[in-house]
Ligand binder design. Structure first.
Ligand code: HEC
Ligand code: HEC
Length: 233
């Protein structure tokens, strides 16, 4: 990357130069640990070459769109006291034990996440929230008034098969995708909608299928998923 040019005259030029700074530069300035510690396991910038091999060898989920994905309160809490989100780690089949009726996960082989103190967590959360997907998550796509929880639950558990890979309640559902039972705290609704609509926009090789879901279907699924783990359930 080119070193930033110092501009002493001409505010308009300075603004242009600033706009050209990649978000990661600002994020790393706010949270230097991102580069020194977190980047060894997490992609902080969109991979130039999103190959299947890249997906299979990654050590942690991608964070290059963290600013579109997470709720700040959840991030600050989780970074201090991480809990398991992907029961089988980032690549579940590396931890799967074959079994009947279905495979189980050997939890002992899933590594614990590093912890940070409260002040660092707050700083890192702010830094992560600067990382945006660059338009993959249109703001306001989710319309809360259009959601129907009963229909959403039915679509999640039965009609659209989401629960074959995701747990909507602890202990209920598949293990190959991240748990969604606290998605209401963890994830932003517009992100849930965008991801459900087209997971391959986030990674071309991720094994969640793109289904052709209608907008009403996406609204009710998003409404249901983001109600999970909220106090007023
Ligand atoms: C040794 C590898 C490793 C390091 C180092 C690491 N992480 Fe992670 N991180 C993971 C894995 C694996 C997961 C998935 C955990 C799960 O799903 O249960 C994860 C999950 C996360 C999540 C939740 C992601 C999601 O999609 O819900 C965040 C946020 C996160 N890490 C931030 C950080 C930050 C900030 C740092 C640096 C302080 C860091 N991680 C360092 C491996 C790592
Ligand atoms: C074949 C398994 C599979 C099915 C079926 C499936 N998913 Fe997924 N889902 C995944 C995987 C794998 C990921 C990405 C995990 C990662 O990046 O670590 C994912 C990610 C997500 C995410 C983003 C979560 C996050 O932490 O970033 C949402 C939201 C989601 N799925 C919702 C759904 C909904 C709603 C349905 C039903 C319409 C569904 N999924 C069906 C496997 C599946």
């Amino acid at each position: 990357m080119k070193a930033p040019v110092i501009i002493t005259a001409g505010a308009a030029v300075a603004v242009l130069a600033f706009a050209a700074r990649p978000a990661t530069v600002d994020a790393q300035a706010a949270g230097p640990e991102l580069t020194t510690q977190c980047a060894s396991c997490h992609a902080l910038a969109k991979p130039a070459d999103a190959t299947l091999d890249r997906l299979w060898t990654r050590k942690g989920p991608d964070l290059w769109y963290a600013g579109d994905k997470f709720n700040r309160d959840w991030l600050v809490g989780w970074l201090q006291d991480p809990t398991t989100i992907r029961p089988g780690g980032v690549l579940w089949f590396k931890h799967a034990k074959p079994g009947e009726p279905r495979d189980t996960i050997d939890a002992a082989t899933v590594e614990k996440h590093p912890k940070v103190d409260a002040a660092t967590a707050a700083r890192l959360a702010d830094a992560l929230l600067l990382l945006k997907s660059g338009g993959l998550v249109p703001e306001g796509a989710y319309k809360p008034e259009a959601a129907n929880m009963m229909m959403g639950k039915l679509a999640f558990d039965k009609l659209r098969g989401c629960s074959s890979c995701h747990q909507g309640q602890p202990g209920q559902g598949g293990l190959s995708g991240p748990e969604l039972y606290d998605a209401g705290k963890r994830l932003r609704p517009d992100y849930v909608l965008a991801y459900t609509r087209n997971p391959q926009q986030f990674d071309p090789h991720v094994w969640m299928p793109t289904q052709t879901l209608s907008d009403p279907d996406l609204q009710r699924l998003t409404g249901y998923v983001t109600s999970l783990g909220k106090e007023s359930k």
